[in-house]
Design a protein around this ligand. Structure first.
Ligand code: ADP
Ligand code: MG
Length: 364
């Protein structure tokens, strides 16, 4: 077991101009932690993982596993095991042979390999399939074999790059719970890459959000949701996404939906200190509520789309008399009708997020 540290680590792909695929990454992963790297496609997640695995040069900075500087250590010497999106199982080998292959290469005695393979197979519920070939397995079983190959090596660190993307939605949900439980049992430091923010939020002890090779924020799922550091994280974490609208600043708040909405004192102070007359306000879909027509502090929303999800419904609409568009989450049993005009209130101004309209940085 070990902790992992990226210290101002960069990977710069040559070209004109060069691509800073991972740019000055500072990140510490604690011993035994499950850290998720999340971000849109091309944000540098795989590159960051491959730098740690030794599959990609580190052009600036340092990478440590435990106290050891591994920046220039070849992959074999790093004591890590990686699970990729494509499992790349050997088709001519049985499940047991696939799982034991790395140990065989290390020259471990047969009996020891068999024991380790059996232990991993038990953990992964694969005992019945040990003599099968990969083609006789379902997608979920193949995925577990790929996990098994990593587990038998008992590495200091697991690296997983979108290991669930080949599974259908239902199996993905099941498997992500199984991987999280397995990691808890094994207690092995794990870095897990995904572009799926739901996967990130449900699996990670902490989640690191990347964009354009730059770390945006690294924190617990709760903290990312409640206090996103900037408008990008605010819009990326949460489904449906947080509403982000640029609005004018008023005396003690902002104008939103044609209403003057008072903001908490810290927010108005921060806005004043920044010397700006517009801000980007973020409102989660559940921070908006339907209210009786004409209710105090309500604004009107023209319903453009209703998505019924069962327990909830998502109402998309445009604010009457403006070009602001908002999504709100309402009780699934009583959704408004299409084209209806509904009155909407903000549940609590303390739930509003305020960002700098230029830099996107959170103001308080
Ligand atoms: P992600 O895994 O988040 O989708 P990647 O780490 O694969 O992103 O890629 C990050 C950036 O680096 C992208 O802009 C990608 O085009 C670029 N990139 C990745 N691999 C190479 C390469 N071998 N040569 C040049 N550019 C690359
Ligand atoms: Mg990738």
């Amino acid at each position: 077991m070990a902790e992992v540290r990226y210290e101002s680590a960069s990977r710069i792909y040559p070209g004109n101009p060069p691509v800073r695929a991972v740019d000055g990454l500072d990140l510490e992963v604690a011993d035994g932690e499950f850290l998720v790297l999340v971000g849109p496609s091309g944000s540098g997640k795989s590159t960051a993982l491959r730098m740690l695995a030794g599959l990609e040069d580190v052009n600036e900075g340092t990478i440590r596993i435990g106290e050891r500087d591994v920046t220039n250590v070849p992959p074999k010497g790093r004591d890590i095991a990686m699970v990729f999106q494509s499992y790349a199982l050997y088709p001519h080998m049985t499940v047991a042979q696939n799982m034991g292959f790395a140990l065989k290469l290390q020259g471990l005695p047969k009996a020891e390999i068999a024991t380790k393979v059996r232990e991993a197979a038990t953990l992964l519920d694969l005992e019945k399939f040990l003599e099968r070939k990969p083609k006789a397995l379902s997608g979920g079983q193949r995925q577990r074999v790929a996990m098994g190959r990593a587990i038998v090596r008992d590495p200091a660190v697991f690296l997983m790059d979108e290991p669930l993307s080949n599974l259908d939605a239902k199996l993905r949900v099941e498997t992500r719970a199984n991987i999280a439980a397995l990691q808890r049992r094994l207690g092995t430091t794990t870095i897990y890459v995904t572009h799926d923010q739901v996967e990130a939020m449900t699996m990670g002890h902490r989640v690191a959000v990347l964009k354009d090779g730059l770390l945006q924020q690294c924190d617990t799922p709760r903290a990312l949701y409640d206090r996103p550091a900037n408008a990008f994280v605010a819009g990326f974490i949460g489904s449906p996404a947080m509403n982000l609208v640029e609005v004018p600043v008023r005396a003690d708040g902002v104008s939103l939906g044609g209403l003057d909405v008072a903001l908490p004192r810290e927010s108005t102070t921060a806005v004043a200190n920044a010397g700006i007359d517009r801000v980007t306000v973020g409102v989660r879909p559940e921070s908006l509520a339907l209210s009786p027509s004409g209710a105090e502090n309500s604004f009107e929303l023209v319903v453009e789309l209703v998505e019924e999800l069962g327990a909830d419904a998502l109402v998309h609409g445009s604010v009457q008399g403006s070009d602001e568009r908002l999504v709100m989450r309402v009780d699934g049993r009583t959704p408004p009708a299409l084209a209806q005009t509904v009155a909407v209130t903000i549940r609590d101004a303390a739930e509003l997020h305020v960002f700098h309209p230029g830099t996107g940085e959170r103001l308080v």
